[in-house]
Ligand binder design. Structure first.
Ligand code: BES
Ligand code: ZN
Length: 763
C-alpha cells in the first residue's frame, strides 16, 4: 500500500520538460497489449537534465534515446514511474511497454469490458498505458496506430481524424488516427471492438461537414436517434450562444455498459455509459431522455471548455467542470423550460451539495490540497462551481458575459490555465470587487443570509436588513463575507411587483431587482413603496446561499410569487417548516395544507412546475434542518404529511388524475412529459391511501401504460403499497423486459428501494 500523501496547490511547479508530439502504437493481443511510444521531449530549462515520467503497472521492454538503447545506469524505475538522467535538451525517446487490459479491474487506463477495449484516463489513468508526463499542463499532439484482429475488432478508434488504415497480416488490421490539436494525456482515448454504428452529419456555421458516429453494442444501433438529435442540438447551440464551432472532421461517441463514470469528453472520441446514450420510446423514461440530452451536451461542450482550454493542474478542476455544467444547464433550459430546469438544478444542489457542505468533507470549489484527486469530482466542484459561474453571468449580464467568454477563448486557446485566468478574462470590464468575489473559490460551507424587513406606512418606506452569517471552515477557521447578486422583488397583495426608489448610491447603480450583497450587515432603504410589501428574495436562486427569513409569507409566495422558482422554493420551505415542527411535537400546520390545495388547483401554474411544487421535500432535506437528525421520526413525519395531503385532497386529485389519464399523451415532447409528471405525482399521493380505489388506479396505469415513465412509476407504487398485487406485476415486468439491461436496472432499483418490510430478503 502506498502511504497517503497530500498534494498541495501551493507546491505547484511547472513541468521540467514538455512533450511536443507523441506517436503511439497499440498492438492488441488476447492476453496483453504492446504499447510503443515515440515522443519528442524538450527540456524547459537547460539546468536539470533529469526527467521523471509517470508510469504505473507497466512492464518496460525497451527505452531508447535518439534511437540508441539507454544504459540501465541512466534510468531508475519505481512503482510510480521512471527517472531518466542526463537527457539531451531536445531528444526523441522511444519506450516500449506491455500492459494487461484483461486483468485491469481498476477501469483506469486501457481495459477490456464486455469484449470491447476502451480507455479512461482522467485524471491520472494514462500513466497505466505508457510512461509519460501525465499532467494536464503538458499538452501534446498525438498520432495513434491501433492494431488488432480484424474479425473480432473491426472498429478501431482513437482521437482526431482517421488518416490511414490497412492490413498487417491475414488476420490483423490497423487504423491510424491523428489529432492535430494539442491536448493533455487525460483526453487520450482508444476503443477497439465489434460495434454497431449510427451515423449522421452536421454542417457547421462556416460550412464544414462533420461526420457524427455513435458506436454501440451490436443490436442497439436503432436506440441512438435521441442521443444523435441531442448532439446536433448541442452543436448548433454552442455556435449560436458562444460562437464555438466543432473543430475536427469527425465526432465519435462510444457507449459501453461497464463505463465507470457517466461519460468522458476525450477529444473527438467521447466514451459514455450506455445509460446516457441508448433510449427508445418503449424502454426509456422521461428522466432518461432528459439525462441523455444533458450529458451528451455536457461532454460536447467540453470540447471548448476543457479540451481546447484545459486545467493547469487538478486543483483547477472547477475551471472546466463548473463552467461546463453551467453551459449544459443553460442548454437544457433553452431546450426545455427555463423555470423547470432551474428548479431541478437547484433541487439537486440543495440535496447533494448543501449536504456535502454541511458535512465533514466540505471543501471549496477549488481545494488547496488533496490526497486522492479522484475523490474531488464532487457536487461542490461541479454544481456549486456552476453556481459561481452563474453569479458572474448575473453580474455581467448576457452581453458582457459573452464578450468575456470570447476573450477567454482568444487569450487561452491551446493552453492549460487556472481559474484566476478565467476570471480575469471574464471580468475585464466589470465593476464588482473581484477579490471578494474570489472567496467563492477558496472558502467552504454554505453561507446563510438572514433577512428581516419592516414597513413604515407613514413615510411609505421599507427597510430591508441583510446579515451574512458565515460558517467557519471544517477546521474551525473564520471565513469572510461573500459578494453575490441577490434578485428580489417587493410584491403587493396580488403578487404584482411594486415600484420603489432606492436611495443607496452603491445599489442604484445596478440593475433593478438585483441587490449586491457584500457586507456582513447592511440595511437597505426603499422609498415610495405604496403598500406594505411581501418580499420575494433570492429569486431564481441567484446565489447559492441559505436564506433565513422568519417573516416570510411562504403560503402567499407559493401561490402569488411571479418568480416561478420562488413559488417552488416557498412550497418547499413551508413543507419543511411544517415537518420539522411536527418532528418537534407540534401540530400539523394548516397553512401548508391550505397552500397545497391552492397550488393544486391553480390553473396558472404550468403542469411540470406544479408537479415539482407539489413534491414534498424528502427526508434528506429534513435531515439538513435537524441536528442531530432523528431519522426515524423524520421518516414518520414525512409519511404522515404525505397521507394527510392525500386524504385532504383525494377528490380533487382523483378528478385531476382521471382527466389526465383520459388524454392521449405518449410522445416525448415537453407537454406530454408534463402530463406524465403530474399524473405520477397525483398517483403517488393517491397510492398513499392504500385503498381499493387507488390500487385499481395503479394496476390500471401499470397494465395500460403507453410509456415507460408511467409503467415504471405504477410498478413502484404497487411495490411500495400493495403487497398482494406487486409480485404479479413485477413478474409481468420481468417477463417483458428481462433482455434489456437498462430496464432491468430500474426493476432492481424498485425492489431495492421498496418501502415495504423485508426489502433485504427480497433483494
Ligand atoms: N470529465 C468528466 C468525467 C470524469 C468524471 C472523469 C470523474 C474522471 C472522474 C465528465 O465530463 C463528467 O463530468 N461526467 C459526468 C456527467 C456530467 C454530465 C456531469 C459523470 O460522468 O458523472
Ligand atoms: Zn464534465
Amino acid at each position: 500500500m502506498k502511504k497517503p500523501e497530500a498534494t498541495y496547490l501551493k507546491d505547484y511547479v511547472p513541468p521540467s520538460h514538455s512533450i511536443e508530439w507523441c506517436e503511439l502504437e497499440f498492438d492488441i493481443f488476447d492476453e496483453k497489449t504492446i504499447v510503443k511510444n515515440t515522443m519528442e521531449i524538450t527540456a524547459s530549462d537547460k539546468v536539470d537534465a533529469t526527467l521523471f515520467l509517470n508510469g504505473e503497472d507497466l512492464e518496460l521492454l525497451s527505452l531508447k534515446c535518439n534511437g540508441v538503447e539507454m544504459d540501465t545506469r541512466n534510468y531508475v524505475k519505481n512503482d510510480r514511474g521512471l527517472k531518466i538522467f542526463s537527457l539531451p535538451a531536445k531528444c526523441t525517446v522511444h519506450i516500449a511497454t506491455v500492459i494487461y487490459p484483461k486483468q485491469n479491474t481498476r477501469l483506469e487506463g486501457l481495459y477490456l469490458s464486455g469484449g470491447i477495449y476502451c480507455t479512461q484516463n482522467e485524471p491520472e489513468g494514462f500513466r497505466r498505458i505508457t510512461y509519460f508526463l501525465d499532467r494536464p499542463d503538458n499538452m501534446t499532439v498525438f498520432t495513434t496506430t491501433v492494431i488488432a484482429d480484424r474479425k473480432r475488432f473491426p472498429i478501431l478508434l482513437s482521437n482526431g481524424n482517421m488518416i490511414e488504415k490497412g492490413c498487417v497480416s491475414d488476420t490483423r488490421h490497423f487504423v491510424r488516427w491523428h489529432d492535430p490539436f494539442v491536448k493533455p494525456s487525460y483526453l487520450f482515448a482508444l476503443v477497439a471492438g465489434d460495434l454497431d454504428v449510427f451515423s449522421d452529419s452536421f454542417v457547421t456555421s462556416s460550412g464544414r461537414s462533420v461526420e457524427l458516429n455513435i458506436y454501440v453494442d451490436k443490436g442497439n444501433g436503432h436506440r441512438c436517434s435521441y442521443a444523435m438529435r441531442s448532439l446536433k442540438a448541442a452543436m448548433a447551440w454552442d455556435e449560436k450562444e458562444y460562437g464555438r464551432e466543432y473543430d475536427l472532421d469527425v465526432y465519435n461517441i462510444v457507449a459501453v455498459d461497464s463505463f465507470n463514470m457517466g461519460a468522458m469528453e476525450n477529444k473527438g472520441l467521447n466514451i459514455f455509459n450506455s445509460h446516457y446514450v441508448l433510449a427508445d420510446e418503449e424502454h426509456a423514461t422521461d428522466q432518461d431522455f432528459m439525462g441523455i440530452e444533458s450529458v451528451i451536451a455536457h461532454e460536447y461542450f467540453h470540447n471548448w471548455t476543457g479540451n481546447r482550454i484545459t486545467c493547469r493542474d487538478w486543483f483547477q478542476l472547477t475551471l472546466k467542470e463548473g463552467l461546463t455544467v453551467f453551459r449544459d444547464q443553460c442548454f437544457s433550459a433553452d431546450m426545455n423550460s427555463p423555470v423547470v430546469q432551474r428548479i431541478k438544478d437547484v433541487k439537486m444542489l440543495q440535496q447533494r451539495q448543501f449536504a456535502e457542505d454541511a458535512g465533514p468533507t466540505a471543501h471549496p470549489i477549488k481545494p488547496d490540497h488533496y490526497i486522492e484527486i479522484n475523490n474531488f469530482y464532487t457536487a461542490t466542484v461541479y454544481e456549486k462551481g456552476a453556481e459561481v459561474i452563474r453569479m458572474l453571468h448575473a453580474f455581467l449580464g448576457p452581453e458582457k458575459f459573452r464578450e468575456g467568454m470570447d476573450r477567454y477563448f482568444i487569450l487561452f486557446d491551446g493552453q492549460a490555465v487556472r481559474t484566476e485566468d478565467f476570471i480575469s478574462a471574464l471580468t475585464q470590464d466589470c465593476s464588482i470587487d473581484i477579490e471578494q468575489f474570489k472567496l467563492w473559490y477558496t472558502q467552504e460551507r454554505t453561507p446563510i443570509l438572514s433577512v428581516d424587513g419592516s414597513y413604515d406606512a407613514k413615510n411609505r418606506e421599507y427597510t430591508l436588513r441583510l446579515t451574512q452569517i458565515i460558517p467557519k471552515s471544517v477546521e474551525g477557521k473564520e471565513q469572510k463575507p461573500y459578494l453575490y447578486p441577490l434578485r428580489f422583488a417587493l410584491l403587493d397583495e396580488g403578487g404584482k411587483e411594486l415600484d420603489f426608489l432606492l436611495d443607496d448610491n452603491s445599489q442604484t447603480k445596478h440593475k433593478e431587482g438585483v441587490l449586491i450583497v457584500s457586507k456582513e450587515q447592511e440595511n437597505i432603504l426603499f422609498k415610495n413603496v405604496a403598500v406594505c410589501p411581501k418580499l420575494s428574495i433570492n429569486r431564481g436562486f441567484s446565489a447559492p446561499v441559505k436564506v433565513i427569513f422568519k417573516k416570510a409569507d411562504y403560503g402567499f409566495l407559493m401561490s402569488h410569487d411571479s418568480d416561478g422558482f420562488n413559488r417552488y422554493e416557498a412550497a418547499q420551505m413551508l413543507a419543511l417548516q411544517n415537518m420539522i415542527g411536527m418532528a418537534e411535537g407540534k401540530e400539523e400546520d394548516g397553512r401548508f395544507i391550505e397552500a397545497f390545495g391552492k397550488a393544486l388547483s391553480d390553473k396558472r401554474i404550468d403542469l411540470m412546475s406544479k408537479a415539482l411544487i407539489l413534491e414534498l421535500p424528502g427526508v434528506d432535506m429534513l435531515m439538513q434542518e435537524q441536528k442531530p437528525a432523528e431519522i426515524e421520526s423524520l421518516v414518520s413525519v414525512y409519511e404522515k404529511l404525505l397521507k394527510t395531503v392525500a386524504v385532504t385532497y383525494k377528490d380533487v386529485m382523483s378528478e385531476m388524475y382521471e382527466q389526465l389519464n383520459g388524454m392521449d399523451s405518449s410522445s416525448i415532447d415537453a407537454e406530454d412529459m408534463a402530463y406524465r409528471a403530474m399524473k405520477n405525482r397525483l398517483l403517488g399521493y393517491l397510492a398513499e391511501l392504500e385503498d381499493d380505489y387507488a390500487k385499481e388506479l395503479c394496476l390500471n396505469q401499470y397494465y395500460n401504460a403507453t410509456t415507460m415513465t408511467e409503467r415504471l412509476f405504477a410498478l413502484k407504487m404497487l411495490e411500495d403499497h400493495y403487497a398482494d398485487a406487486a409480485q404479479k406485476a413485477l413478474n409481468d415486468f420481468y417477463d417483458k423486459y428481462s433482455s434489456y439491461t437498462l430496464v432491468m436496472n430500474k426493476y432492481l432499483s424498485i425492489i431495492a428501494s421498496s418501502k415495504r418490510d423485508g426489502v433485504l430478503e427480497r433483494v
